[in-house]
Write a protein that binds this ligand. Structure first.
Ligand code: ATP
Length: 315
């Protein structure tokens, strides 16, 4: 279990993380999503005991990261943004070294290494020097070191950064599999990663949580569930906008543009796509407008992210 109670982290007078509370249980994979500088790495470093919060409490399996930092380190597997690998060692030598660091008993080492090699698909590269393996295999080796002591909790900082599309798919599959048994928190600024891997997402901006829930819940909370894109022909353009805003299931007119050919391009945020579809047709017929095309669109996590973090980029 990963918990934070109103944590704050200041670097000097700069507040990097402000009033963050969260709770992540077993079998959950939670994604921290945010633009550069949002505070993702800072939160991860707090949970690993690398940084202490300046206010509030962070707990790993009920151990306080400050007062029980050794217990915390035993309970977690951590993959930092740059996997901590030694290039001149082979994968096997490196994993043996990690067994030493993690104080895994000598007679259990072979069994544990065989397990992580199988789980992370490292069989082909086990005897190769780390400097000669691909980025995907380096990342798998990083994951293998994070799980060699069978931690209940995994903390993964941007685990797919720098990988090619095939490697990304494989690492995501692996994280999902690990997440069935463990508690996982991962950071990312790749929006598709959240949909592909995480059960829940926390969107961070400037050190604060600005949205939380499943990707679906966040979509629903924002601007209704659906959007419609409509192309319309009307002789009385003036009355189109004012009357469309009065339709019950329309939340907001997001775009209203007259094209050179006289057609009107409309984008709407609506509460319910089925009843709104019906109402839009009735509205068009009763006003003598002609709908040339009407396409329902789901609000994407990209749209939400841009809306919530538009002011978040570091200057
Ligand atoms: P990225 O996606 O770029 O890795 P992030 O969301 O992980 O960003 P953090 O690395 O947590 O963000 O940084 C949050 C803010 O804190 C940034 O403004 C950063 O410049 C600042 N910061 C991070 N570490 C330190 C530090 N050791 N000293 C001072 N400021 C820091």
């Amino acid at each position: 279990m990963i918990q934070a109670e109103n944590i704050e982290k200041k670097y000097g007078s700069f507040t990097a993380v402000e009033d963050i509370s969260l709770s992540i249980g077993r079998g959950e994979i939670v994604g921290l999503l945010g633009p550069n500088g949002a505070g993702k790495t800072t939160i991860m470093k707090i949970f690993t005991g690398y940084h202490f919060p300046t206010k509030g409490k962070a707990l790993i399996n009920n151990y306080d990261v400050y007062s029980d930092s050794l217990k915390v380190k035993e309970s977690i597997g951590y993959l930092p943004e740059m996997a901590p690998l030694y290039n001149d060692l082979t994968v096997l030598e490196y994993l043996l070294f990690i067994c030493d660091v993690r104080k895994i008993e000598k007679e259990k080492r072979k069994e544990e290494i065989d397990r992580v090699v199988a789980e992370c698909g490292l069989e082909q590269v086990i005897n190769r020097p780390i400097e000669k393996i691909s980025k995907g295999y380096r990342q798998r080796t990083g994951l293998a070191q994070a799980i060699i002591h069978s931690p209940e909790i995994l903390i993964l900082d941007e685990p797919t950064t720098g990988l090619d599309p095939n490697q990304i798919i494989e690492i995501r599959k692996l994280i999902k599999k690990l997440g069935e048994q463990k508690t996982v928190i991962l950071s990312t600024h790749i929006l598709q990663e959240v949909d592909a891997v995480c059960n829940k997402v926390l969107i961070l901006n400037r050190g604060k949580i600005v949205a939380r829930g499943t990707a679906e819940e966040i979509r629903r909370e924002m601007q209704g569930d659906y959007r419609y894109s409509i192309i319309l022909k009307a002789s009385d353009i003036g009355s189109v906008k004012s009357s469309i805003e009065k339709i019950n299931t329309v939340n907001e007119v997001l775009l209203f543009e007259t094209k050179d050919n006289g057609l009107i391009d409309i984008k709407l945020s609506v509460k319910n796509d089925i009843s709104c579809g019906e109402e839009l047709f009735d509205w068009a017929v009763s006003n003598n407008f002609k709908i040339l095309s009407m396409i329902p669109e789901k609000v994407s996590i990209e749209d939400i992210f841009i809306k919530l973090t538009a002011e978040g980029e570091e200057k």
